[in-house]
Write a protein of this length. Sequence first.
Length: 159
Amino acid sequence: MNRVLLVVDMQKGLVNRDNYKELSKKIDELIAKCDYDKYVFTKFVNKKGSLFEKRLNWANLKNKDSQSICVKIPENALIIEKYGYGLELKDLKQIKAFGIDSIDVCGLQTDACVYAISLELWDNGIFPNVLVNYTATDPKKEKQAKQMLIHQFGQVDER
């Protein structure tokens, strides 16, 4: 079976808190020490007129520099651009084509994009093995985010 790591939204324009910078280093170490068969990286692109802009008054990640991924990307990585919290159906189909029933998930934001993508993976028959020590969100919400994942998926990976 293929071992796949999905890295969510580790982008220059998002890695702006100390715990996010620390997470970036930890994910680089994870990629260097673990021998995954495949890697998938998501890259959020905030389109003009998006709900993030209109409803949340959040206009970041509009240029290439802020959208750039700030962890080391292995050569065999699939990079998926996304425009919301989760993935599009075509992207889920690409991941399903790996023939996997489980995928390790890490990255930003534990309680938003990591959570949304994990729900979508689950609904598409792929168990999201969330590496909670390789995810981050607002430090005040970390415990709650972890509990939310445990409630939905029955477990999290605390390696």
